[in-house]
Ligand binder design. Sequence first.
Ligand SMILES: Cc1ncc(COP(=O)(O)O)c(C=O)c1O
Length: 494
Amino acid sequence: MSMAGTAMTRPSAQEDDATAEADPEPWPAAARPRPGGVTQIATATAAPATATATATAQAVLTRAPAAVPAAIPRTARPVPVSATLAANEVLARRRQAGEPVLPLAFGEAGLPAHPALRQALAAAAGGNAYGPVAGLPGLRRAAAGYWTRRGLPTSPDAVVSGPGSKALLFGLLLAAGTDVALPQPSWVSYAAQAALIGGRPQFVPAAPGAAGVCDPAGLARAVAAARAAGRRIGAVVVTLPDNPTGQLARAEAVQGLAEVAAEHDLIIISDEIYRDLVYPESPPFASPAGFAPDRTVVTTALSKSLALGGWRVGAARLPEGPLGRDLTERLLGIGSEIWSATAAPVQHAAALGFAEPPEISERISASRSLHAAVARAVAQRFAAAGVSVPAPQAAFYVYPDFGPWREHLARRHEVVTGPALAALLLDRYGMGVLPASAFGEDESVLRLRVATGLLYGETDAERERALASPDPVRLPWIASALDRLTEILTDLAR
Ligand SMILES: Cc1ncc(COP(=O)(O)O)c(C=O)c1O
């Protein structure tokens, strides 16, 4: 463990807020501050991989803790860099240093912006006024049309735009103002955001085969346990399809969750950012908004389906009725104080994206095929090496489980935790992945989140070729990344 690991500034029970006294460890693993602002991978708490591997990985991954300026009170909660962003930074540094990398840590769609969207953005560059907090009328109309075409009739008044769905999710958690239940595992930022706003994220394991959706009975138990402890879980997040697993929960699981949410008066926040990247052979998509329309907020964005993550634009669909009105008002109040409005030129381009003219639909469809081909090929490489891995069903994520290798990893590499495994892969092979603990799982779990979207090429020309290719895994740069993965797994298995 590096020194940085011991010098963490997590507030002590005395320094922390009043709730800390009731629970000496109010930070859930995924939300817990990390040394020096870097991530779960850096905290290979475990038995060191090898002394050199862990020391080097941690030297690379762990920043010295920043000195807290006197102006920030010691009671302020440290805010670590999001696990995915931090891992990406580490890989970028290694690449700059000329070291080989296999970039599988960052959930980036890895494709160029479509020319029509670039043109729309450029044409709107003169739009320099702030504009309404909820978004420009054209964007709200386009997003309403997007949902209406997906079987969720939506009025433009029900749409609120924001600078990315991450900001909207934060606003919604803040607007809900209670503790929140999260599926375990789930995307890194939910728990971190919930902790930032002073709530207590409660992980509820997803039922088998229902990734991204809390097991309904487990959710009911968590709500009751929180109530018995004098707290209130007032919201539950679902991710359809899911990051980190790349899986899509079936309609029955979503319905079961919606029923428990109704019984316990919970707001459902349905993060559907990957909805348009569900592979054609996967189960049909079902939103909780179909089962519990008056209590479900749906969020989406163009960051994944159109690879516009850096443009920062997302949209929320608020429910009709009193709860929806209340939440909308609160969300707009929060937005007005934090981001004012989404960048106006970006909203114009996003309106085109949400309107889905044929060239945009074709682009999404081509990217879906590319994601499916590469994620499946990556999953096959893990499976061929004897690692257990569910077949990906959506987006660009694979969630292999090194459980079958547990004894070997302990004996041969002294690795007994997911963070230690991720650190070993990064240090020895330059392979960036995130351990399951970044998504709320226990550190002893040997699952890794493998994101495949950065394998499509180094240049826009290569990425366009990958998009256009009927068999992208045969392109030399993708094939060589896959072979490198096999090489690494083969070496690790020795
Ligand atoms: C599940 C999930 N939700 C939300 C987001 C946030 O995306 P954005 O803020 O770009 O809309 C991400 C990004 O990785 C994600 O994976």
